[in-house]
Ligand binder design. Sequence first.
Ligand SMILES: Nc1ncnc2c1ncn2[C@@H]1O[C@H](COP(=O)(O)OP(=O)(O)OP(=O)(O)O)[C@@H](O)[C@H]1O
Ligand SMILES: [Mg+2]
Length: 308
Amino acid sequence: MISVEGLTRTYGAFTAVDDVSFTCQPGRVTGFLGPNGAGKTTTMRVMVGLTPPTHGRVTIGGHLYRDIPNPGRHVGVLLDASAQHAGRTGREILTIGARTMGLPASRVDEMLALVSLDDKEAGRRLRNYSLGMKQRLGIAHALLGDPSVLILDEPANGLDPAGIRWMRGLLKGYAERGGTVLLSSHLLHEVEIIADEMILIGRGRIVAQGDKKTLLAGERASTLVTSLDNRALADALVARRVEVTPAGDGLRAECEAVEVGRAALEAGVVLTDLRTGSAGLEDLFLQLTSDTQRDAVAPAPATEGHQA
Ligand SMILES: Nc1ncnc2c1ncn2[C@@H]1O[C@H](COP(=O)(O)OP(=O)(O)OP(=O)(O)O)[C@@H](O)[C@H]1O
Ligand SMILES: [Mg+2]
């Protein structure tokens, strides 16, 4: 388990991470999401002792990272895939890691096979690696010591779609076997698919956390509807105190679909399309991590309906 307790990191007058607390549980993939500059990397660097905290602390399995003997056997870390000696080959980098951790050389081949780097690629120097190859090597390096905790900063960066899918499967399987995974991203969709838990960070502060369902629970229902008489339908919705705005060929109604159905039935309007208009996690994410308030929804419009 990773436990972040009241973590603050300042640089001069600037607060990069502001009183952040959360935990990552074994058997779960925790997604650490936030826009550029939110404080994800800083938090992860504190986790593994690369950046000292200004206040608070992070423990992994109850210990500070620096107090863990042979940490690579317990905590796999990928922060910056380029942060390796550029003149070494992929195989050399993994071999040095394996020796440092007291692992058999066979482990290197296992890891190379796991991340699909072939012999030729493993023999190439890091400076000649593509971004995705570096990322694969970084993942191999993180997994080398068969750790029970993984801390990965933007692991999907540079991976092609097949690579992203592969990594997703890898991390899910790893968590299913009881591992603790923390991965950061500024891309919501990526994390949305893989993470069991999500921590949303904006400007150094946690703005929301929980599983996807919990995060979305507070979101207002919204329905997109198109009908043969949008004007009549808008009037019927407004009469029911539903906020309505034009959207494409139809309307966006700030209510559940069933409410739109009732209004249409009452007004005798034929619906041609009805679907949820909730923007989902992406909107929530942007809303939570932006400083500005969302614009108020405009009052009911006079719409140009499709006339029968
Ligand atoms: N050594 C440093 N000195 C001064 N400011 C720093 C330092 N390290 C980080 N920061 C600042 O702290 C803030 C958080 O940076 P951090 O790298 O943690 O963001 P991030 O969430 O990882 O962003 P990204 O998605 O772009 O990787 C940024 O404003 C950054 O400029
Ligand atoms: Mg970062």
